[in-house]
Structures are given as structure tokens and as C-alpha cells.
Design a protein around this ligand. Structure first.
Ligand code: ADP
Length: 422
């Protein structure tokens, strides 16, 4: 009986222990699942160790494992709380304004810098419609495009400050569900840029007179009876002065375009006459180079183009000069124009060494000259002028090239005019 009683008591005791362990394991499992949901790996570690046999093996180890769990849990809660405070902290300290528009076009989030930069008469509030935040048509159009998936930026003047606003489609979970806007105060940047432009414009203007004087003096020197060495020196001065004059001309031209001082004078042109005259002039200009200059125009009969002939000519002249410069004698440069109601495409294709892909994005920067071009004459400003002129004409210029296969520069301009009704 006693034996039976002890056996019963032991099995009751064992059953209780078993239930206790089961309960503890279930609690641990629950905590682990909860922590795993929060992606909290360290909390699960003691239980993992327990289950894998690398942690506590005896029942008496469990309280230790439990308090380790509690400690890890506390640490994670603190970390989560810190991270919750982090984002608003970062947003509050940012110099850039940040705004988030929701799917319905209403303001969901914004930081104090956005409030400050926008300087609206009424403060920003959550739920505010975008139309009340950006009143300008450029801004509304850019936000609309961002909702359609295309990023964009525009300039905004608020309270005598210049802002650059970027609209970025916000799609953290797949389709666009809002628009993220960033605001940068570029007032001082613009002031610096204006100072730079004025400086370049003044310097290039001021240098023109002495350069002309040096040129005349060098020319006069060449007419003198001079020893060979002095004659060679005079010729060298002349070459350098010519390069300097070219650089000054390009510099002042670029600064005039960049500062907005250059205005187009578009007129209605007969493209066939314009094309033929331009080609003829270019052939004369590059006569002695041994490079053939071919041309082809495709345009519906009677079509006219609205263009500033001087500036369109300048663009083509720049592109053709480069093309001829890089094409070896005996090669060909092809100028084509395709004019339709949809747009004008002007192309200059050469048989030169081409432009490596890595450099194609940089050649339109001012003063950029590709490594391979360093031996050729040039200022590094021609393509920057072309780019700005194309933009001024409402179009753009691109390049397509593979090393060893020449380069094609393509100028795309707004549509031609329909044939005039006779
Ligand atoms: P540059 O006065 O040096 O010709 P550009 O601004 O016109 O200045 O051109 C910038 C650079 O682009 C050139 O130095 C050259 O490296 C490259 N480039 C321009 N056109 C061509 C071309 N047709 N073929 C190869 N490289 C070219």
C-alpha cells in the first residue's frame, strides 16, 4: 500500500512537474512567436538553445533562461521605443523639407522644415489637399506626373527664397500609393551661380580688348623683316591668341545663354532652303579637311519650320565641327533632317573614334573634354552651348555612340509648322 501510495504520489508529482514544464514551454513558445513577429531574434535564442539542447538542460536551469528572456525582451522594447522616436527625431532635424501625400492627394506627413520653407499663410495640417500646398501650375503638374509614376522637380519662389522641389512616386508596397516631396532651399546656391556667371561674363568681356590688341601686334610683327626664331614666336603668339579668343567667345556665349540674356528670334523658315545654305556654308568652312560632308532632308512638301536660323545654325555648326574634327581624312560626316508634324530631328553622324559610354553623359558639361580628345583643339564648351541652345529652343540633344563606330548627335526640336494653306 505504502509502495502504491508512494508510486501514486510520485506519478502525481511527476504529472504536475510535467504540466508545469509544458506550461512553461508553451509560455516560452508564445513569447518566442510574439517576439518573432517583431523580428526579435535574441529573445528566441534561449528557447532555441533549450530546444536544440545547447541551452539549459535541467528544470533548475529554466528560471535562469526565463530571466534571460525577460532581459532580452526589455532590451528589445527599449530598442523599439528608441526606433519609434528616431524617425520623428530625424524628420525634425532635417534642413530639407519633407512632405508625404497619400493616395487621395492629401497631406499625410510633413516635417517642420517643410512648414518653414513653404511659408504658407496658414500652417500645414494633416489631411490638407495638395492644391492648398502647391498653388503653382508647375507644381501641380509635377505632382500629377509623380502619381503616374514619373519623378520630377521644379523651382518655387516663396517669401523671397528659391526652393527646389522634387516629387517622387511613393510606392513602398508595389503600386504608387502616394507622393514624397522634398524641398531644398537653393537661394544661396542660386546667388553663387549668378555671381559666377557675372564674373565669367565680365572677365571674358574685359579680356576681349587686350586679346585683340595682342593679335594685331602679333600680326604686325609677322609683317616685319624678322629672324626665323622671332617669326616663329610671332606665329606661336598668333595661334595662342586665336585659341584664347575662341575660348573667350565660347565663354561669353555660354554665360549669355545661362543667364537668360540670350533671346531667340524664331521665324517661319523654308527648311529646304535653310538646309542647303547651311550645308554649303559648312562645306566651305571645312573644305581643306579631306572629310566629305553629305546631307539629306526628309520633309513633307510645303512644310515650314519655326526656328531662329542663327541659333539652329550655331547648333549644327558646333556638331559638324566636332564631327569633322574627329573623322579621319577620307571619311564622311552625314547631316540629316527629318521633319514631321510630330517634331524635327536633326542628326550629325561621323566616322570618328566614337565616345565611350562612360563619357557620353559628361561631354555636355562645360569644360569636359574626353581623354582621347585632349590632343585635338577645342575649349570643351561647344557641346554645353549646344545643350543650352537646344533647351532654349524647347528641345534636347542626345548622343549615341559605340567606340570605334563613330558618333551620332541627335537634336530633337518641337514640331514643324503644317504646310501653309495656299
Ligand atoms: P571641344 O571644344 O573639346 O570639342 P565640346 O564641348 O564640343 O568641346 O566637346 C566635348 C568633348 O566631347 C570633346 O572634347 C570630345 O571629347 C567629345 N566629343 C564631342 N564630339 C565628338 C565626336 N563627334 N566624336 C568623338 N568625341 C566627341
Amino acid at each position: 500500500m505504502l509502495f502504491l501510495g508512494v508510486g501514486l504520489e510520485t506519478s502525481i508529482h511527476k504529472g504536475a512537474s510535467f504540466l508545469w514544464i509544458l506550461g512553461l514551454l508553451l509560455t516560452l513558445a508564445l513569447v518566442m512567436v510574439l517576439m518573432a513577429r517583431w523580428q526579435v531574434r535574441p529573445v528566441a535564442a534561449p528557447l532555441e538553445q533549450l530546444l536544440s539542447g545547447t541551452g539549459p538542460r535541467a528544470i533548475e536551469d529554466l528560471p535562469g533562461a526565463w530571466s534571460a528572456l525577460e532581459r532580452a525582451n526589455l532590451e528589445l522594447r527599449e530598442r523599439a521605443a528608441r526606433e519609434d522616436r528616431l524617425l520623428p527625431g530625424i524628420m525634425a532635424r532635417l534642413e530639407e523639407g519633407v512632405l508625404l501625400l497619400g493616395a487621395d492627394g492629401q497631406l499625410e506627413q510633413f516635417n517642420p522644415a517643410a512648414q518653414r520653407h513653404l511659408g504658407l499663410s496658414a500652417p500645414l495640417t494633416k489631411g490638407m489637399p495638395v492644391a492648398d500646398v502647391f498653388l503653382d501650375p508647375d507644381g501641380r503638374a509635377a505632382v500629377k506626373r509623380a502619381y503616374q509614376g514619373t519623378s520630377g522637380e521644379w523651382r518655387l519662389t516663396r517669401a523671397a527664397r528659391s526652393l527646389r522641389v522634387r516629387a517622387i512616386p511613393f510606392a513602398p508596397l508595389g503600386p504608387v500609393s502616394g507622393v514624397l516631396l522634398t524641398l531644398d532651399d537653393i537661394t544661396s546656391q542660386e546667388a553663387l551661380e549668378t555671381t559666377r556667371q557675372k564674373f565669367i561674363s565680365n572677365v571674358s568681356h574685359e579680356l576681349k580688348t587686350p586679346v585683340t590688341a595682342i593679335r594685331i601686334a602679333a600680326e604686325n610683327l609677322q609683317e616685319e623683316e624678322l629672324p626665323d626664331v622671332a617669326r616663329g614666336n610671332a606665329a606661336s603668339i598668333l595661334r595662342s591668341v586665336d585659341r584664347l579668343a575662341l575660348l573667350l567667345g565660347d565663354l561669353s556665349e555660354l554665360s549669355r545663354i545661362e543667364s537668360g540674356a540670350l533671346h531667340l528670334a524664331p521665324v517661319s523658315l523654308d527648311p529646304t532652303a535653310f538646309f542647303e545654305t547651311t550645308l554649303q556654308e559648312l562645306r566651305q568652312q571645312h573644305g581643306g579637311t579631306g572629310v566629305e560632308l553629305a546631307g539629306s532632308l526628309t520633309a513633307p512638301a510645303g512644310i515650314r519650320i519655326l526656328a531662329d536660323p542663327l541659333r539652329l545654325n550655331q547648333v549644327l555648326e558646333n556638331l559638324v565641327s566636332n564631327a569633322v574634327k574627329f573623322t579621319p581624312p577620307g571619311g564622311q560626316v552625314m547631316v540629316t533632317a527629318t521633319l514631321t508634324d510630330q517634331g524635327q530631328t536633326w542628326e550629325v553622324r561621323d566616322q570618328g573614334p566614337g565616345i565611350p559610354e562612360a563619357e557620353q553623359g559628361r561631354i555636355f558639361e562645360r569644360f569636359y573634354r574626353a581623354q582621347a580628345a585632349k590632343a585635338k583643339p577645342g575649349t570643351g564648351l561647344g557641346l554645353a552651348i549646344v545643350k543650352h541652345l537646344c533647351r532654349l529652343m524647347g528641345g534636347e540633344v542626345t548622343v549615341e555612340s559605340r567606340p570605334g563606330e563613330g558618333a551620332t548627335f541627335r537634336v530633337m526640336l518641337p514640331p514643324s509648322q503644317k504646310p501653309e494653306a495656299s
